[in-house]
Ligand binder design. Structure first.
Ligand code: PLP
Length: 360
């Protein structure tokens, strides 16, 4: 069977070159006679894999030296608890911007451990925009401000970061990780689940400024204590070795195509093809205000539930899979992460054009 175009929000497509390398190395990694899946995480071979992956990530994101890179487990969702446990340690105040379900979940989890408030929200219009904030939106003595940078379900993104003054800014970048350059020095921490843009599920990558570490609440589970993980070089316990290996291959792939500037250009091209079509179509329309549109997740609808369902089903038959919107919002969503080729979006738009003609 030919490979399909997978528009899933995650787990999602990986670059074909990466899958092919992984397949070729599956049973014998670099002449060791063993698979990375079978390798000791304490071996010098695995040390090379994890160190190289970290260095390549540092090169791609130009990560300053005073930041630690951690390879963690528990999904992005485990960090919803780890963030307040590690960082709400001064005034114990944490300000959250609610831009969708993932931010909301992080916020309610924080409420268990500290004085968390919703500083702004776009819930009034089904999270179809990024709420405007100023420094005055935040408590000046807050321990941190938390955002979800790209809202996977609703398809919005911060094109400009909120101004938080001296307050440390923490961002969940799960669904936009490595999709374009990012000035890491603007953040106290960014983190993301790898299954959207980087690797198979089971790995979280966190980039944390060193001065943030070492002040976790006493009740913090050891596994969620970032200082412990940093001290151990992400090897406090057995890490997700295979996922780290694949992430490393994805970093090499990104470097080979020209790094984050190049992938940004490619991502902008893909998004433009789809948004231009949605803006000109009489049947389909995007659901997000134009200025806050995501490059990665593109939700859209028709005016009829019946047509939506017919579209999703016919698209699937034509090899465009996982176009159904999140169960909480319905409609459609095309996730066009790094590994989705330009051609996949072009063919989807051709398909949508034909569908509109036949059903309009
Ligand atoms: C997918 C996603 C999550 C949840 O990730 P898990 O690894 O499944 O916990 C959190 N935040 C964002 C922005 C996501 O896209």
């Amino acid at each position: 069977m030919a490979r399909v175009y997978n528009f899933s929000a995650g787990p999602s497509m990986l670059p074909i070159e990466v899958l092919e390398t992984a397949a070729a190395e599956m049973t014998d990694w670099h002449g060791t006679g063993e698979s990375v899946m079978e390798m000791s995480h304490r071996s010098k071979e695995f040390e090379e894999i994890i160190k190289t992956a970290e260095q390549d990530l540092r090169d791609l994101y130009k990560i300053p030296d005073n930041y630690k890179v951690l390879f963690l487990q528990g999904g992005a969702s485990a960090q919803f608890s780890a963030v307040p446990l590690n960082f709400a340690n001064g005034t114990r105040k944490a300000d959250y911007i609610i831009t969708g379900q993932w931010a909301k979940k992080a916020y309610s989890e924080a409420g268990k451990y500290c004085d968390a408030v919703a500083a702004a929200s776009s819930a009034d219009k089904t999270f179809s925009y990024i709420p405007k904030t100023t420094r005055e939106s935040f408590r000046s003595d807050a321990d941190y401000v938390y955002i979800c940078m790209n809202n996977t379900i609703y398809g919005t993104v911060y094109h400009e970061l909120p101004d938080t003054g001296d307050i440390p800014l923490i961002a969940d970048v799960s669904s936009c990780m490595l999709s374009e350059p990012l000035d890491i020095s603007r953040f106290a921490m960014v983190y993301g689940g790898a299954q959207k843009n980087v690797a198979p599920a089971g790995l979280v990558i966190a980039i944390i400024r060193e001065d943030m570490l070492g002040k976790a609440a006493e009740i913090t589970p050891t596994m969620l204590d970032y200082a412990v993980q940093a001290e151990a070089g992400s090897l406090y316990n057995t890490p997700p070795c295979w996922q780290i290996y694949i992430a490393g291959l994805v970093f090499k792939w990104l470097k080979s195509i020209g790094g984050l500037e190049a992938i940004k250009e490619r991502n902008e091209k893909k998004a433009k093809i789809l948004y231009d079509f949605l803006d000109s179509s009489k049947m389909f329309r995007g659901t997000v205000v134009p200025e806050d549109r995501s490059l990665m997740n593109v939700p859209f609808v028709t005016d009829s539930e019946e047509l939506n369902a017919k579209f999703i089903s016919e698209a699937k038959k034509a090899g465009f899979i996982n176009l159904k919107g999140h169960r909480s919002v319905g409609g459609m969503r095309a996730s066009i992460y790094n590994a989705m080729p330009v051609e996949g979006v072009e063919k989807l738009v051709e398909f949508m054009t034909a569908f509109e003609k036949e059903n309009g």
